[in-house]
Design a protein. Sequence first.
Length: 505
Amino acid sequence: MTTTFPLLSVLIWLPIISAGVIMMTGGDENANWARWIAMVASVIGLLLCIPLYTHFDVNTPKMQFVENFVWIKAYGVHYGLGVDGISMPMVILTTITTLVVVLASWTTIKTKVAQYMAAFLVMQGMMVGVFAATDAILFYVFWEGMLIPIYLSIGIWGSANRSYASIKFFLFTFFGSALMLVALLYLRIHSGSFAIESFYPLKLSMIVQIFIFIAFLLAFAVKVPMWPVHTWLPDAHTEAPAGGSVVLAALMLKMGVYGFLRFSLPIVPNACQQLDWLMIVLSLIAIVYIGFVAIAQTDTKRLIAYSSVAHMGFATLGCFMIYLIVKATGNIADAYVSLEGAMVQMISHAFSTGALFVGVGVLYDRLHTRNISDFGGITKPMPIFASFMMLFAMSNVGLPGTSGFVGEFMIILSSFQGNFWVAVFAASTLVIASAYTLWMFKRVFFGQVVRTEIAALKDISALDTMAFTILAAVVLLIGVYPQGLLRVLHASVGHLLQLAHVSKL
């Protein structure tokens, strides 16, 4: 649908303009002004997502809420926005995450508060732009632009090794995207337009498709991140402030899988089918090997960071198992569950892992340590906090009734149709994830008290409770009633499956 009200533009530029207003509030003596402006902007953004969901036509795969204006006439670049069933949930996810970050950072960030809040509002606008852009250059501008605020958030408000972690993060993600721009320019030359959908009908030789696939792979694999280009993530998570870790886990990692869905599968389907074995192997390495790496961690943040790599391996597995499934059954409809499972896994991971990072931030703010051995007996002084964290830990494990179960179950179930051994290796995560998650939870919350100051801890504040309640509500809602999300995905996933199985040779 095309609307007269530029809803997507408002969702992009409202937080960015609000960030500019926040920057004019002055120093930390006016920190509360900065906090309240960020709160109001994030709440308005979330409220604007209500018509985005209620007025969305779930029966069509076409772009909706479309905006399209000439931006750079000489090069044919357009300011083009729109959402389908794949991108619309990601826009809503972005607005929810920003509100959670503002609530969780209300008391923990005490210096340069205005700059902190402004950085995350700019980040929200840029990420909504990534998911809503229908022009390749506009997509690339937002894709690269969001690196700046997350780089600053790690470099300014991070821990002791923040400079190393922020530079490593920037170099990995920036250089990973360089070849993507070359691929986009090549596609523009042959299609005559920067509109992403104009790339889909292009006929490309297998050699060209493989080169384009590799260019996209380098950009998107770093963002996911896939093994072996995942090494920046544990460092970035460990040094980032709690808000930065939440955004990295909930949003930035999803941009990589979104790139595969929006670009790789529909533009170079023959290359994707030819190299599906590579993507499946890399995904299984992330699921199994990185899961064992997580077990060996002694730092809570690094453990959760490595678990993110393992869980996102499920999302990439679901994306590329579609070729094995269709080859085995001969029916494209059998691959729906795999691709929809990948989307559910992305969104579920955002809430459960994002919540775990918020929880680690709460503990670090009070005890100034992340070492698992320094905790123990947290449940007694902080029962409400412990209850929330138990729910998110169970979702991380994949307990039925939580969102974590839905996506993993769908991907494992569909994988059995494609290849028995792939499904077996994927299912091993149910044991591995239980090992590292529950072992960490036991030592932190039910272990023996090893520090006297733990007994004096107070339970979480009302704002922290509000943030955890939002996250818990979504985890339970998707776990109990996933149909509310699946009905939005179905038409667009079906269209994508058709594009992914049409030869472009």
